[in-house]
Design a protein around this ligand. Sequence first.
Ligand code: BGC
Length: 842
Amino acid sequence: MLLLLFLILLSPLAQADSYHPPISSGYGNWSTAYEKARHFVCGLTLTEKVNLTTAVGTGQTLGYTLGIIPRLNFRGISNDDSPTGVRGTDYSSAFAPGLNLAMSWDRNLIYAQSYANGAEHKAKGINVALAPVSGPLGRSPEGGRNWEAFSPDPYLSGIAFGEAVSGMQASGAAAVGKHFILYEQEHFREVVEWNEWLAGPNITEPYSVTCDDRTFHELYLFPWYDAVHRGMAGVMCSYNQVNNTQVCQNDHLLNEVLKGELGFQGFVTSDDGSQHSGIDSALAGMDQTSPGETSPNGVDGFGESFWGPNLTLSVLNGSIPEWRLDDMVTRIMAAYYYLDQDDNYPELNFASSSLETYGYEYPKADVDWQQVNYHVDVRKNHSQIIRSVGANSAVLLKNTNNTLPLRRPKQIAIIGEDAGPSKYGPNGCEDRACVDGTVAMGWGSGTTNFPYLVDPLSAIQRRALEDGSVVQYVLDNWAIDQIGSVSSQASVCLTFINADSGEGYLEIDKNYGDRNNLTAWKRGDEMVKQVAVNCTQTVVIIHAPGPILMEEWIENPNVTAVLFAGFPGQESGNSLVDVLYGDVNPSGKLPWTVGKKRSDYSTDVLYEPNGLVPQLNFTEGLFIDYRHFDQSGIQPRFEFGYGLSYTNFSYHDIRIDEVLAPSATPSSSAASTAVNPSLCPSKSLNPSDYTFPATISSLTDYIYPYLAPSMTITTSLATPTVTIQPRTPSPQGGDPALYDVLYKVKVKVQNTGSVAGQEVSQLYLDLGNGEPVRQLRGFQKPLLKPGQTKDVTFDLRRRDVSIWDVVSQKWVEVTDLGTKIGVYVGASSRDLPLHDEISVSS
Ligand code: BGC
């Protein structure tokens, strides 16, 4: 019955015939920004407004500059990637990606690194950082861009997403959360991209996802609440379709859910090529297009745009009401004022298209040769934060005979290509799309240039020499003889294996972004087994974008320690040494499950198109990752939340206190009946507002907002079936009552070992009602000295004890449905010594 209702509620929205754009009003701490924005926007001409919506398609920052208005001395807005640092420049840092931030489970580190990344964007003159990433959520472990994001658990992902947004925006740069939404694989995300890779039948549209409404809210949308609640300034709509409608022109997802239900106050920008229409996307809630191409599929379409002159025309001929354009621009400018970017924001001082000092200001047009790169060093002391993230995120999976930490080993063997530098340098391949030497980030647009990369070999060697150890190494995974001889002589063998994944526009060995398998690359398993034949202290170190299968060697008694290091960024080797030698006690925990075999997971990438428009049905519903392993009784190799320390912890004394919170307030998303919700007083237009000024000589491939000579204004172009029903959005993050803390769960955690350490203490709930056996709803990371006990408190918000009711379209507390809540606390999703209940009467 419930399933039937889901399907009805999310029935295909193939082409909307009515649109519900909410009028932004500047709730709460956005109100001043909105006032300033409205004042600014109402003083603009039609073409100046259009200019702010449409990236120009050429110019310095990957073509993302918008809205240069010389008349007002407004320098425009610059956007640039990425979650790992400013993309396409030099003298900036290469941070650890979302993967390691999630592995750290450390709110402070996530905030601190995101602040530093934002500060670097700002110092380079970038207003809008295209980061952080929470889509993909990580439905399938093979998903190519999972490493850019946090975790397939929506709670961990939401907390991390919120901290990342707050940290980044505290620096002054605007954060664009991406990619909204249900973008869970690389295969078939773009037509031309895929058809170029494929030998077989071509696809005609990007893949479309079908997902029931409850799963949508409880898994994929869940983290976006937290980020919007924390004031996220921008959202990037993704490449895929949902219910066979492009997300960037999906009225339900953008207008009703993001801007309505979640009360998102900022602007929605397209991804490169994710916009597939002009009028529909504007009416459905997209506010900005980048980089301005018209081709839906990323062909070199610079110089043309779905918007630019087409948007001007659509407003003039009535297809798009002017108030919608005003709302688009108000949202963009509100974000600018929200971050105080009108107050001495640094000038853009680099060109992401080149690292040369001199170049064309407009590279596509070969015009204006000048200094384009000022090589400003923005790194400050950020290397310390990166090193700390790397060390505090490493997950110790096995440690028998106290192999780690290392204690002045007599002879160390370092084995595997992943221990050493690349022959071509850390930036030797386009957007890091090769595996040569140690891997410290995945590939694609979520990368940045390394200022340097401390490889494990050099860092370990430096440290080992202090101890007087002998160090030997073999960096060729196929050098069987040398590996055999070096590993038989050493007292400890540090064996490095890896895997990689990335974004779909680049491939490695036919891994088209998504991984083709979950095993170690480059003979990794064989190499570990070979080393373990001779070496009784084989330590395996893994650099990978997600889980890898370890069954071939994990139980081998000579494999005495295993450390999963993720992708640590520029300080990789230093972070590793900190952990290997015990300067930092490992405290990372797995943000996903390590299964015993690939088929143990409930989900996988669709690798072969199942139609011209590939269809992905998320039939597993809520049961991805550990929720599936628990539900189906499958024993994982290492469960979600698992991770060892050099000390031990114990858990005692659970207590639940109810907090007196006001009862839930009704959601305020009632439809408004306003007919013409004008934001600016109407002005009469004259042709000079939209015709090409005689004073400008046009640049090739530059997107101007003026009407092309061929364009004539006729109202017959209007789409007659469109009914526009503006709605009033909710406050930022949706109903504020969702964030009320209803219960405080208190436990005592004790360090029972002999060294200080941090313990990621975890709280899981059993919410009944067809929900997973248990789901993460709290974590804390106390630092404990040997013998010390600390009180640890988990706050449960209303949303944490609720499920999405598809009938009322609201979050409903399960206790109101007559269900008592099981509460479990412990060290991982399967090590939960403490248990209590929240009863229905409370
Ligand atoms: C990616 C985005 C990125 C954009 C600009 C796209 O291919 O999906 O994440 O921000 O490129 O580089």
